[in-house]
Design a protein around this ligand. Structure first.
Ligand SMILES: [Zn+2]
Ligand SMILES: [Zn+2]
Length: 167
């Protein structure tokens, strides 16, 4: 599989304990609706793009991994729980959660798969009511969240202490 000509990317988990850098991403950005991706992300689909082992650097910490089968590892941050990757044992790349990248909007989705698991409301998402931006939809909460935000910023940081989880 080839790499896309999209340049380099950084990313990481919500708390910033795990950060990575990709010199390039593969030509496979996609969403998968299969039941195992749904459970691994706790969501209706996983949005994933491959990063070749040769192009990947872990720049802070390392992901913990759950073995969802003999062949697949599902990476996540052990501190904040962000779902970070899908890894097929022996594969040439690791498929990272596109939402974990600092600039996910730079990565276009090229296909969708696991169609058997696609949620009925996603079949026609444009028909679902739009409730505006985060600020529109939850004005007071959005202000309060901003004032105590523990999320790592969307860029690399030389000095960053992740807030420990409450567990
Ligand atoms: Zn984290
Ligand atoms: Zn899947």
């Amino acid at each position: 599989m080839e790499d896309l000509d999209l340049g380099e990317f950084s990313g990481g988990c919500q708390c910033g304990a795990v950060r990575f850098h990709a010199k390039a991403v593969r030509e496979n950005p996609h969403v998968c609706y299969c039941r195992m991706c749904q459970k691994a992300t706790g969501n209706l689909f996983a949005a994933l793009v491959g990063v070749g082992h040769e192009n990947l650097t872990w720049t802070r910490g390392r992901a913990a991994e759950f073995r969802s089968s003999e062949h697949v590892g599902r990476g996540f941050c052990a501190n904040c729980g962000t779902s970070l990757y899908y890894r097929f044992e022996g594969g040439q790349h690791i498929s990272f959660s596109i939402g974990a990248f600092d600039e996910p909007h730079r990565i276009p989705l090229l296909y969708q798969m696991g169609m058997e698991g696609k949620h009925p409301s996603l079949l026609d998402l444009n028909a679902v009511e739009e409730a505006g931006t985060t600020e529109d939809a939850m004005e007071d909460e959005a202000v309060a969240i901003k004032l105590s935000n523990n999320q790592h910023p969307d860029h690399d940081t030389s000095d960053w202490t992740p807030r420990p989880s409450n567990s």
